[in-house]
Design a protein around this ligand. Sequence first.
Ligand code: R1P
Ligand code: URA
Length: 234
Amino acid sequence: MSTHIAAEPGQIAETVLLPGDPLRAEWIATTYLENPVCYTKIRNMLGYTGTYRGQRISVQGTGMGQPSLSIYVHELLAEYGARTLVRVGSCGAMVESVGIRDLVIGLSACTDSSANLLRFQGLDFAPVADFSLARAFVERAESAGVRHHVGQIFSTDAFYMDRPELRDQLTEYGVIAAEMEAAALYTLAAKFGARALAVCTVSDSLVTGEHLPAEERERSFAAMAELTLDAVTG
Ligand SMILES: O=P(O)(O)O[C@H]1O[C@H](CO)[C@@H](O)[C@H]1O
Ligand SMILES: O=c1cc[nH]c(=O)[nH]1
């Protein structure tokens, strides 16, 4: 086992879906995977491995925010040999054209986190998605007729921002949605030479104030889960 994941070597698949909410991990595993086995309950940050269309897949909760995700993703990459990581998250729409329940595919992720400023000592690293994963997902969303948007997202450290006007400036530069983990995921995947993508279902709109209830945020992201499983196994 690693410090935060109780799995034995070999218990976690090379392809891992990463919801922030551990109960979403349980829901995806028990709804879509055959023979799901829970390999960790440390801190209730649930992780499961099963099969989808005959291929081994794991689903690991990451918690909220880049520090929490970074712990789980680092251990998955450094200690369990993960190679393909897809965040299946929720996000807030930053533009009117992105509606509740739409899907957002994060091509790149800007951030207000200082982690990469420290890591790169002033160089401005651009955290980007893996193109082949993004293409596979978008092709499936298109053929399923699911509303989706591909673009730059904002991985913020502050769900409740002191200065939300900073978000407005990002909107002027084309950023379409806010969430809290993708920039760290893309950076760690780059460090370890792995593939990563962040896909999010829009749970609320920072423009109109609409939002999904908590139970729906936890359980009703079927389109995102199905398209992701199809994309990583197809
Ligand atoms: O629903 P998840 O995947 O946790 O994602 C979003 O929801 C949390 C905030 O409510 C943050 O983790 C944010 O990124
Ligand atoms: O980080 C997040 C996630 C969902 N909705 C938001 O507004 N922000």
